[in-house]
Design a protein around this ligand. Structure first.
Ligand code: ADP
Ligand code: MG
Length: 460
């Protein structure tokens, strides 16, 4: 196991060298890295062997950020808190320079460096080949793959939506990587919506709006993550509208992700939400047990963890449907096993799990007030409007959802819920709860709203 981990670290080290080589002079490169190598992970720190203190100080000041960046992008964040240096050569020839430069370097290295030339802000670790497909994401995966094979031709825009940690960012960047690989001439730009927004604002204040426009209108593929953040931002919506049209009119591929369907994004111009929904809209649902199992198995293979299959099943049952959290749990357990020198048996996993709070244990901290706040935020209305008496549809529905959530998530009594909601009588509350119970069983939009609100409630 350790051998394999070291091999992965060595690979990442080579990747990092490949990237640095593009920017640092060869003389510098050789001076600082010739006798330097990666020595493993110790106490959650990346261990780097250096020939002397002088090199250590140089690396600390000049290159540490970059070194960390590469490793963090490709390993779980929690694994590496920082760098530790050791004055020692691991072996006399820590790596071959010819390897770092020539075509014979590892395939991962080759592939990742070549991708860097026509992609912008896309991480090599998000690919189709490490994206697990199951019932919950089959459509999103298939349409993404199709968009990646023939960009601009089939689904434009492609709009992928789903809850936190379900793989939206992974998928959208996988599309970017795949297009970059198949079409080396295409310029592929990825940007989280919030970054698009802040760059826009900055470009105005620094008089560089044309640069901004060129960056996003002169690309072949534009990937914007978490587009729901355009909500309430009129100026940026306007700008994005023009960017969108410029690209769309010349059949360049646009891919967007969001936490909800286009028309449910609050305070967004109709002309935008209708365009977002005009191509292909695909959802990602939380993974069922079978898929959680598949994900855990794949992550174990990737990270070289050894667990018995019944131990893995236990983790899949216990784990969250948020894939990021599920992976976090797996890492936590694997690390614990390593630290305590335990084998990955079901008994050991059970023991470790006992000390890890189950998902949903946070329920005790949730109050009627927090439900109100989150529901109001979600629908972009004022809390007082939920508490009030007005019976317009845009208020009645959030009010009834609040009732339902207070009943089902924190077991409030009907009279109590009435009080919490500004003095409604208990039959109104009963009616509201029943209505949501009944309708949510067949209305997927209500199910989706409930799922999204619960995510926020439990801060998943
Ligand atoms: P989102 O953007 O929807 O919040 P991410 O794409 O950031 O979610 O996914 C969270 C984590 O789970 C990432 O590490 C990602 O690689 C992993 N992940 C999500 N979906 C899958 C999947 N289907 N197969 C493999 N890994 C996945
Ligand atoms: Mg994301």
């Amino acid at each position: 196991m350790e051998d394999k981990i070291n091999k992965k670290l060595e690979n990442l080290w080579q990747i990092m060298l490949g990237e640095l080589e593009l920017r640092v002079s060869r003389a510098n490169f050789i001076t600082w890295f010739k006798e330097t190598s990666v020595g493993g992970i110790k106490d959650k720190h990346l261990l780097i062997f250096v020939p002397n203190n002088f090199t250590r100080d140089w690396l600390t000041n000049k290159f540490e950020k970059e070194i960390l960046k590469t490793f963090r992008q490709n390993l779980p964040n929690e694994l590496i808190l920082g760098v530790k240096y050791k004055n020692q050569l691991k072996n006399p020839v820590p790596f071959s320079f010819d390897n770092a430069y020539s075509n014979s370097s590892s395939s991962v290295n080759q592939r990742q460096i070549s991708l860097l030339t026509n992609t912008f802000n896309i991480q090599p670790k998000y690919r189709f080949d490490n994206f697990i497909v199951g019932n919950s994401n089959r459509l999103a995966h298939a349409t993404s793959l199709a968009a990646a094979k023939t960009p601009g031709a089939l689904y434009n825009p492609l709009f992928v939506y789903g809850g936190v940690g379900l793989g939206k960012t992974h998928l959208i960047q996988a599309i970017g990587n795949e297009i970059a690989r198949n079409y080396p001439d295409k310029k592929v730009v990825y940007v989280p919506c919030e970054k698009f927004t802040s760059e826009f604002v900055q470009s105005i204040s620094s008089g560089k709006i044309n640069e901004f426009k060129n960056r996003y209108r002169n690309c072949d593929v534009l990937l914007v993550d978490d587009i729901q953040f355009l909500s309430h931002k009129e100026g940026i919506q306007e700008e994005f509208f023009h960017t969108f049209n410029a690209l769309h009119q010349s059949s360049r591929q646009i891919i967007l992700t969001s936490d909800r369907v286009p028309h449910a994004i609050p305070a967004i111009a109709d002309r935008l939400s209708s365009r977002f929904g005009a191509g292909m809209v695909a959802d990602i649902k939380p993974p069922d047990l079978e898929m959680r199992n598949a994900i855990i198995q794949a992550k174990c293979r990737e990270k070289n963890y050894l667990f018995d299959s019944d131990a893995l099943e236990l983790i899949a049952q216990y784990g969250s449907s948020n894939i990021r959290e599920l992976e976090g749990l797996l890492i936590q357990i694997a690390t614990q096993c390593q630290v305590d020198n335990l084998e990955g048996t079901v008994e050991n996993v059970k023991k470790i799990l006992k000390d890890i709070p189950a998902r949903g244990d946070g329920k005790k901290n949730i109050s009627g007030k927090s439900i109100l706040k989150i529901v109001a935020d979600f629908f972009d209305i004022d809390q007082n409007e939920i508490l009030g008496q007005k019976r317009t549809k845009n208020l009645v529905y959030p009010r009834q959802l609040s009732m339902y959530l207070m009943r089902h998530e924190i077991n409030y009594s009907f009279p109590n819920i009435g009080k919490e909601l500004g003095g409604k009588d208990h039959s109104t509350v009963m009616h509201g709860c029943k209505k949501i119970e009944k309708e949510s069983s067949r209305n997927s939009e209500i199910q989706e709203h409930l799922a999204r609100i619960k995510e926020r409630l439990y801060d998943l």
